[in-house]
Design a protein around this ligand. Structure first.
Ligand SMILES: [Zn+2]
Length: 169
C-alpha cells in the first residue's frame, strides 16, 4: 500500500496476508461461506440481510465492522456501512451524494477524486490518504486515515476510514 499512512502487513507477527476479503456492504461482516465452496456463497449478506457481499483486496479494510463508503466512478455514494452511518451520516440520506460533499483531503480533492475514480474503474492497489469530513455538523473526528481500494461486484471504489488521532476539533 504505497503513499502516506502505509501499514506493512508483512511486519506484523502472526498475521498472514490474505489476498482478498469478502464483506457485507452494510454490516461490514466477513463472509462465512465454507472455503472452497463458492457455490454456497450468497449475494445478500446472511448476517444482516441488508447488504450485498463485495470483494476487495485483503488490505482494503482496517477490520470487520469498518466505517466505509462504496463510491461509483461518477463519485456518487452507492452504499454506507452501518459504522459509516456514525461518521458520514445515515445511508438513506447519503446514497447518491457526491463524495466531495462528504469528505475532503488535505492533499487536495483532485488527488482524492483521481484515486477514487481509478479504484472504481480498474483493479488498483489499496492506497491510504488523509481525509476530513466536509459537513459543518459532522462529528468532531479530526483527520481520518482513508483507505481507497477497488471492490466489486459491481465494480466500485471502497473508501474505508479510521481515526488518525490528528487534528481533532
Ligand atoms: Zn451484512
Amino acid at each position: 500500500m504505497p503513499l502516506l499512512t502505509h501499514t506493512d502487513d508483512h511486519a506484523r507477527p502472526g498475521r498472514t496476508r490474505t489476498e482478498t476479503v469478502r464483506f457485507c456492504s452494510r454490516c461490514g461482516g466477513p463472509d462465512d461461506a465454507l472455503p472452497g465452496r463458492p457455490e454456497l456463497r450468497r449475494r445478500v449478506c446472511e448476517r444482516c440481510g441488508m447488504g450485498v457481499m463485495l470483494t476487495a483486496a485483503g488490505d482494503a479494510l482496517p477490520g470487520s465492522g469498518a466505517a466505509f463508503l462504496i463510491v461509483t466512478a461518477e463519485l456518487a455514494v452507492s452504499a454506507v456501512s452501518r459504522s459509516g452511518d456514525k461518521v458520514f451520516g445515515e445511508e438513506g440520506e447519503l446514497t447518491g451524494s457526491h463524495l466531495l460533499a462528504i469528505v475532503t483531503s488535505p492533499l487536495g480533492d483532485e488527488q482524492l477524486e483521481q484515486h477514487v475514480r481509478r479504484a472504481a474503474l480498474s483493479r488498483t492497489e489499496t492506497i491510504a490518504m488523509p481525509v476530513r469530513l466536509v459537513p459543518e455538523d459532522a462529528p468532531p473526528v479530526g483527520t481520518l486515515s482513508a483507505r481507497i481500494a477497488s471492490c466489486g461486484s459491481p465494480h466500485a471504489a471502497l473508501v474505508a476510514v479510521e481515526p488518525s488521532g490528528f487534528g481533532i476539533r
